[in-house]
Design a protein around this ligand. Structure first.
Ligand code: NAD
Length: 454
């Protein structure tokens, strides 16, 4: 498989793809090693992952440079991702022993009762490229700490990062017979679906996620899906610092080149502050530096996948053809690599793809609304249910809107953020099940109920 740098379109490296036979061999290896890994005390597994936590820091220059080279994200954001991933690992290091400990329900009387948490077995972690460290550690870290074997399939757009992860896990003490990387595209993922695995943990698009859920349904094993979004941000007319709100919204749109599952994908602004918000948004957007992701000072690097450029240009074109007004950007940048100018379109409505279809790029539509009720209706008008943000001086007023929305996450005066202590979950087409928080520790184990009559 040829690994291409999306910012230069040059070949970085050739990597050997797995075949059906090698995927089988790897599975046999992990299957064989899992029970002895599970038999180790959880503290020991936590100790090994603590070494991985240190290794990510010790090698951060190499890891960040590789990540930027294969995904096109600005180098500083690769460092930020590594720091963020370490913060999540720290959460698992600090909390797993407590949440995996056996629980006594009844310690007196004729029958004593307790719950013991056992690993699922060997699980598949089929992953995305946009934040390979962050979305990866949500799964393989608690899975390993929980005593599972892991078949980890990085996206074909973050293969080199996947290989770094494997190398550093092995060096930290994770046995080869417990963690195997599967290299390849969709077909390699498909071979994992055919194996008799004990759980499927997928991060990626709705289309692939639904396909995987259907394909593994008859196995009756856990299947968790972390999928896409069309996340709205609503600005109420009582906000005090419009420049600050516009800056936060802009960052939510363009961070990671707009390729975040919880990126701000559509903006609604109440009429009283609409003109000021749009003016400030455009003003700040003009200052964004689009260019070489390795260079300091770059805000927006290259899109990761070549096809995404035309996809985004088409969304902008569709919005303009249906009456939207393109205020800035939205053109291919005239240089090698998959670069697009960030774009903002006003006069938009839900008849346009830009307001309904996941963009996954630094483009956005801003729609004027007259009331909280209208905003809530528009925010809820989507197949997705990942996150939603409300900016207002009043928590009570914001909460009225937040309560109505069928999303896994809501934000008041912030957006596009994930916390290790809170469950990360999507509703509707945004997913099934959850990672992070204590629930994301328990997601990788199964309770066994003990009835004990001494
Ligand atoms: P994708 O669905 O194209 O690919 C995801 C993974 O599935 C890749 O590893 C791919 O090789 C594999 N795959 C493809 N076809 C397969 C098949 N038939 N069987 C098994 N595996 C197969 O998604 P992507 O482009 O890598 O990721 C972008 C999407 O992920 C966006 O929609 C984004 O919103 C979503 N995402 C969601 C979250 C979240 O936490 N909710 C986080 C990151 C990304």
């Amino acid at each position: 498989m040829t690994i291409i740098n999306p910012a230069t379109e040059e070949i970085i490296q050739e990597v050997k793809e797995d075949t059906e036979a090698t995927v089988h061999e790897k599975y046999q290896q992990v299957k064989g090693g899992q029970s002895s890994w599970a038999a180790r005390p959880v503290e020991e597994r936590v100790g090994i992952i603590a070494k991985f936590y240190d290794a990510l820091d010790a090698e951060k220059e190499t890891l960040a440079t590789t990540l930027t080279a294969e995904t096109g994200k600005p180098l500083q954001q690769s460092y930020n991702e590594l720091n963020g991933a370490r913060a999540r690992i720290k959460f698992f290091l600090d909390n797993s022993v407590r949440w995996l400990a056996e629980e006594w329900v009844t310690t007196e009387g004729a029958t004593r009762e307790k719950i013991v948490y056992e690993p699922l077995g060997v699980i598949a972690n089929i992953s995305a490229w946009n934040y390979p460290y962050l979305v990866g550690v949500n799964v393989f870290i608690p899975a390993l700490i929980g005593g599972n074997g892991v078949m980890y399939k990085p996206s074909e757009y973050s293969t080199l990062t996947g290989l770094h992860i494997q190398r550093l896990l092995y060096r930290s003490g994770v046995p080869e017979a417990i963690f195997q990387v599967v290299i390849g595209r969709g077909a390699a993922g498909e071979w994992l679906l055919q194996l008799p695995l004990d759980g499927y943990f997928f991060t990626g698009s709705y289309r692939t996620g639904r396909y995987i859920a259907e394909k593994v349904a008859s196995k009756l094993v856990p299947c968790q899906l972390e999928l896409g979004g069309k996340d709205p941000l609503y600005v109420m007319d009582d906000v005090e610092d419009i420049d600050k709100v516009a800056a936060a919204a802009l960052e939510g749109v363009v961070y990671n080149n707009g390729q975040s599952c919880c990126a701000v994908e559509r903006i609604y602004v109440q009429e009283g502050v609409y003109d000021a918000f749009v003016a400030s948004y455009v003003e700040q957007m003009k200052k964004m530096v689009v260019g070489d992701p390795m260079a300091a000072g770059t805000d927006i690097g290259a899109l990761t996948r070549p096809g995404q450029l035309d996809f985004l240009l088409d969304q902008v074109k569709d919005a303009v053809a249906k009456g939207g007004k393109l205020l800035y950007g939205g053109q291919k940048v005239n240089r090698k690599g998959y670069f697009i100018e960030p774009a903002v379109v006003v006069g938009v409505d839900h008849g346009m793809k830009l307001m309904t279809e996941e963009s996954f790029g630094p483009v956005v539509g801003i729609q004027k609304v007259s009331s909280d009720k209208e905003a809530a209706q528009l925010m809820a008008d989507t197949e997705y249910g990942l996150t939603a943000a409300v900016y207002s001086k009043s928590f009570d007023r914001a909460e009225q809107v937040m309560k109505e929305l069928n999303t896994g996450t809501v934000y008041w005066n912030c957006c596009d953020r994930v916390s290790a202590g809170l469950p990360w979950s999507g509703r509707k087409h945004s997913g099934l099940g959850m990672t992070l928080s204590y629930q994301g520790i328990r997601a990788f184990v199964q309770p066994k109920a003990y009835h004990i009559r001494p």
